[in-house]
Structure formats: C-alpha cells, structure tokens
Write a protein that binds this ligand. Structure first.
Ligand code: 6R9
Length: 643
C-alpha cells in the first residue's frame, strides 16, 4: 500500500525546547539506536542495569528475563523482592518529603489541592492499616470505583503496600459492568465515594455500587470517601466511612515485600469480542516499564510537572498518572473535570496555573477542542510545556498539526504514543530529544520492543521497509501482561497463539520507506476493497480534512463485487448545515486525498457517533448497522450513550 505522502509525510526536526541548553535524556537518533540495539540484543544486561537504576529492591534479583512466548510463561527479575508503594512513595518521602506528589485540579478550577510526598505516605499508611483491619491480605482482590480524587490514588497505593491486587473500574461504567467485574475477581472490599463531581454535576457513585453488589457474595465491606456530602443509602456493618476509619488508623504501616512476579493489579479491558478480560500486571516489570517510559518518552527531569488527562480507570491513568510519575518522584496532576468545563480554555488555563511541563491527552479531545476554535488558547501562557503526548487511537495529521502549532507553539516534542492495556506501558513512540517526527506516525519502538510486521495470512515476518501487515512483538518485554485473570488459555489464544512465537497486538501497521511505523487501527477495522487494503483511519483522516467535518468513522461493509466496500459516517462542525451535494463533496475529498479506489460507497452525515466512555469510536456497532445486523449489536454497555 502506498501512503499518500503529500498529506502525511512532512518531517519535523527535534523541537526547540528539547535542544540547546536542555539536555534531553536521549539526545540523538544515534544514541537511541545504540540503546535500542543493546536493549534487544543484550536484554539481560540492559534491563538488569535499568532495573537497578530506576527501582529500589528489598532483595536483589538474579535472573533478568525468563520464559518465552511459545510457553506463555514470561517472567522478569526472578528472586527479586520489592514493593511498588515503597518505590512510588516511601523513598521519595524519605529523600524529599516536602516535594509535591499530587496536584489535584478539582472540578471547579479554584478547587486545587497539593499533596506532598510526606502527606501521601501518611495517607497511604493509614489506608493500608484500614485495609488490614478489614482483614485484607496479600493476594486479595480489591475493587476501586472512585472519582478522580487523590484518595483514588491513595487507594491504589495502599493496596500495593499490603500486597492486595487492585481492580480499578472506571467510574463511568454502569452498575452492571461493575457487578461483572466484582464477580469475576471476587472482590472482598470495594473502595468508593458518596458521589463524584464532573462538569459541575454530581454523579451517584455510591448508589451505583449498591446496585452493582446486590446479590454478590464476596463483598464484605464498602469503604466510602466523602466527596460531596450528599445523603447516600447506607448498609449497616457493611458500609464504613473513609474518614472515620482513617481517623482510627496509625499513620505508619510497614510494607509487604512482594516477589517481582506477584500481581500488582487487574484491569478489565473490553476487547472487540466476548466478555471483558481481567488483564494481569505484575509488580517489577510493570513498574519498570512505567518509570522508564516516563523518563525517556516524556523526557522527565527533576522538578517537572506531569499532567496526564486520562482517567485512573484506564491503563493510561494507571501508568501515567500514578505509577510512572510517582516512581520517579515527580509531581503528577490529577484532573477531575472535563476539557470544556467551565469552558474550552480549561486545559490551557490549567497548564499555565501549574506550569505543566508534560501534557498527555487523546486525539478525540484534541479534535474536539480544535473544532471549538483557537480563541480558547489565546489567553493562556503555554511556555512551560516541553513534551505533549497523544494516546489511544491513531492521530490524524490534521489534529497532530493543530496540537503541534496551537498547543506546542511549534516548540515542543509531540509524542504519538502507541500501546495497549496489555503492554502496560508505551511500546512505540518518538523520543523527544532524538526522533524527527511525521504527523500520524508513532515512529519507532521503545527499548526492549522488537516490533515486527507480519503477513496476516501466513504469519511470515515482512522484513524491510514499505510493508504493511499486522503488528506483533517478537520478544518479551518487562511490562507485558502475564495472563488473563483466571483464564490463562484465553490469554494464550488472544495474544500468543495467533502467531506462534510472537505477541499479537491486534493492530495493523505499516513501516514506510524511512522505517517509520504507522499504526493502521485494529485489524478488524482494516478494509479490503478489490484487493486494496485500506485503513479506516486513513479514510477518516481524509474526511476530517474537509472544512465542514468534525469527526469521521469508517467501517467495512460487505459487497458482492469488491469483497468489502467503504461506509463513511461524518459529523459536522457546529454551525455547519447539511448542504446539497455535501456527500458528493466528501466522497471527492477521499478520492483526492487517497485515490479513486478508496471512494466510499455510502456517506452518512450524522449528528453523533457511537463512542465508548473513554472516547473511542465503536466502529463495531457501525459495522453491524451497515451490514444490516441491527439485531446483533453485541455488548453495548460500554457505550457513552447507548441510544
Ligand atoms: C493505551 C490504550 C489499545 C488500542 C490499540 C490501538 C489503539 C492506542 C494508539 C493507538 C494508534 C496510537 N491505540 N494508542 N492507535 N496510535 N498512538 O489506549 O490502551 O485502551 O487498551 O487501547 O488503542 O488500536 O490496540 P487500550
């Protein structure tokens, strides 16, 4: 497949704020390449050194890497013992107690809390003692269903401290989804809040928990943090107030030593099929992936203010709000609100207020803000920013350009970071001080990641440049998921059995003529029209180039003649009306940007697209609709608006 270079290929040099006086953690492509070579060829030496440098161990490891994709028994840092909470809290509280660990930007902009490492240690210890008083022990599973308040971070870390395995459930999930997850992991305790606050509205968090655990058999206690003070239903003996229990607890609690391979957390992820999988991450490898990617991909330097806008209910929040930044002793920003509350300048005012150095969000937010106009950035000083990141889906060059020029002012590194819940941390991304970027390309693999492109039919590795296929990884890396909770064969079947000897990502990808990697979207989103393989992301990007289009989603329909055909859905920018001939114009747009073979068969101008609550367009639903399978929409419980 040829990439339409005219639109997608400008190369941007390493950005101004990463050069000159600033000494980035990796300063040239040559340095990156030599580090990458040693990370994949002298893996034990490279990661042994990195593991000792970035993490503190109560007992040193002897074996660095163990197991294989063939056997599905991957393990890292055997014999080693450590505690993730100690690494994220204690060691910084001891060295720099007054440094700020968490800046909480509340739903109302004037509502800011700053928590030092000393305070964080005390809070985590108190909660760890509360958990112990509920007889929570090493290996127990704890569900966390909380709004974006610092106590949610305290909850995760307190679990880690006592060796309990947390399962954070995104607080936008319905009670049914929460119930499924509580049942699957047999949680004994649920940590929650009376209500959440978002965009000026209250969310009935505790009521949802009550509904979810009705009829479940494992939950003994619900610990409730008071966020709004509204009246909530109460079940005596089962429900306990957070502040009451915390007040009784001692503010120091010893850490529980964990083996490197003891589970740190479960995180459920909804694949395109079946019930959600409880992806299991273990302690040492995950933490090293989190810390090392913050150091190298976000170019973390002491004093930096790291702001990841994800929710802690998703992997991005786990790794880039909590474990990664805190493992390095950074200041992490926890954002409770939405990008448009009280108005669309919210992100940028926050960047100015806290002098944010790293800002990380999703293309869907970037596109939404772009569509609302540049005036919302006009009054904010964004000069503290150095690295701005994108995650979650392919970023179309149009949105990339806007992010780069309007937010980064052309002076920041833009890192399009590719990874998954299962990979634990970023696996493909530019390095700020080293990589020249192409808008829309995640560029090159991170240390330890041997990314390969396979022929989807034969599984043969497509070597060299200018190839397209499915993306796989050919050797184990520290932060990869180890299993699916209570379902190891599903883990093997999903990730390791499709192509023997490889971890299969489920994404399509190309390596272009310069060796840059372009993620093409999930393989089930790739459309094959008359033998031409097309990425839905590519067609969507073309549509978005049209001045009237806000967002686009493209899916494959069945076609007797061409095998598959393209169905395109588009929403329009505000104040744009559906004009006569618009559909034809959009069709021409796609022909112009990609080629006549990519002409959509149908274009639907719609008022909204089905999205998950994390903002991903659910193309699966559109695919069913265009293929006349309305009655088989499958699980739509993760839709933001199922109607
Ligand atoms: C971190 C996260 C994983 C899927 C992944 C891919 C898509 C993520 C991307 C990207 C293109 C990027 N994805 N980052 N696609 N470019 N930079 O999002 O995890 O929720 O598990 O989603 O998201 O399709 O397979 P998760």
């Amino acid at each position: 497949m040829t990439i339409s270079d005219s639109v997608q290929d400008p190369i941007y040099p390493v950005a101004e704020r990463l050069t000159g006086k600033h000494k980035a953690n990796v300063q040239s492509m040559a340095e990156y390449q030599s580090m990458w070579e040693s990370s994949v060829n002298n893996t034990n030496e490279f990661f042994g050194k990195l593991g000792r440098e970035l993490l503190s161990w109560s007992k040193p490891f002897e074996t660095v890497q163990h197991g294989s994709f063939y056997e599905g028994d991957v393990a890292w840092f055997l014999e080693g013992e450590l505690n993730a909470c100690y690494n994220c809290v204690d060691r910084h509280a001891l060295a720099t107690p007054n440094n700020i660990a968490i800046i909480h930007e509340g739903d109302e902009p004037e509502n800011v809390r700053r928590i030092t490492y000393r305070e964080l240690l005390q809070d985590v210890c108190r909660l760890a003692n509360v958990l112990k008083s509920m007889d929570v022990r090493k290996g127990d599973n704890i569900a966390i269903y909380m709004p974006m308040v610092p106590e949610a971070v305290v909850a995760m870390l307190a679990c880690a401290r006592v060796g309990a395995v947390h399962s954070v459930v995104f607080a936008g999930f319905s009670s049914d989804s929460l119930r499924d997850r509580v049942i699957d992991c047999g949680a004994r305790v649920v940590l929650t809040a009376d209500e959440g606050r978002r965009g000026g509205k209250n969310i009935a968090t505790k009521r949802i928990v009550d509904e979810a655990i009705k009829g479940t058999t494992t939950v003994e206690h619900v610990l409730v943090y008071r966020r709004t003070g509204s009246e909530v239903p109460w079940t005596k003996n089962r429900d306990l107030w957070w502040h009451d229990e915390m007040a009784k607890a001692r503010p120091y609690c010893p850490v529980t030593a964990m083996s490197s391979e003891d589970p740190l957390f479960l995180l459920y992820t909804s694949g395109s099929t079946g019930t959600p999988k409880g992806v299991v991450h273990t302690t040492a490898g995950y933490l090293l992936g989190a810390a090392s990617t913050v150091k190298y991909i976000f170019d973390y330097q002491p004093g930096d203010i790291h702001a990841c806008m994800a929710d802690i209910g998703w992997i991005t929040g786990h790794t880039y709000i909590v474990y990664g930044p805190l493992a390095l002793g950074a200041t992490t920003v926890l954002f409770e609100s939405t990008p448009t509350y009280p108005d669309p300048s919210r992100f940028w005012k926050m960047v100015q207020k806290h002098k944010v150095t790293q800002f990380y969000t999703a293309p869907t937010a970037i596109r939404a803000l772009r569509r609302l106009g540049d005036k919302w950035l006009a009054d904010s000083d964004l000069s503290s920013l150095r690295v701005i990141g994108s995650v979650g889906e392919p970023i179309n060059p149009e949105a990339w350009d806007w992010y780069n020029t309007q937010v980064g002012k052309g002076k920041c590194a833009v890192v399009d970071t590719y990874w998954q819940t299962e990979t634990g941390s970023i696996i493909i991304s530019p390095l700020p001080g080293a990589t020249k970027t192409k808008p829309g390309s995640a560029t090159f693999p991170f240390f330890g990641i041997k990314a390969v492109i396979l022929d989807p039919q034969t599984g043969a590795e497509l070597k060299g440049n200018d190839v397209t296929g499915v993306l796989a990884i050919s050797q184990p890396w520290p932060s990869m998921a180890r299993t699916v909770y209570n379902n190891h064969h599903r883990y093997l079947d999903t990730y390791l059995n499709p192509y023997k000897g490889f971890y299969f990502t489920g994404d399509g990808a190309s390596r272009d003529k310069n060796g840059y990697i372009w993620i093409r979207g999930r393989v089930d989103d790739v459309i094959n029209v008359s033998g031409h393989r097309l990425s839905t992301a590519e067609i969507e990007s073309a549509l978005i180039h049209h001045e009237s289009v806000a967002e686009a989603a493209v899916v494959g329909g069945q076609d007797d003649l061409t095998g598959q055909c393209i169905h395109a859905f588009a929403t329009l920018k505000p104040n744009v009306d559906v004009s006569e001939g618009l559909e034809r114009e959009l069709s021409l747009q796609v022909r112009k940007v990609i080629g006549p073979f990519a002409t959509p068969k149908r274009i639907y101008v719609v008022s909204d697209l089905p999205k998950t609550r994390s903002g991903k367009i659910m193309r699966r639903i559109l695919r069913k609709i265009v293929n006349g399978e309305h009655d088989q929409l499958g699980d739509i419980s993760t839709l933001a608006d199922p109607s």
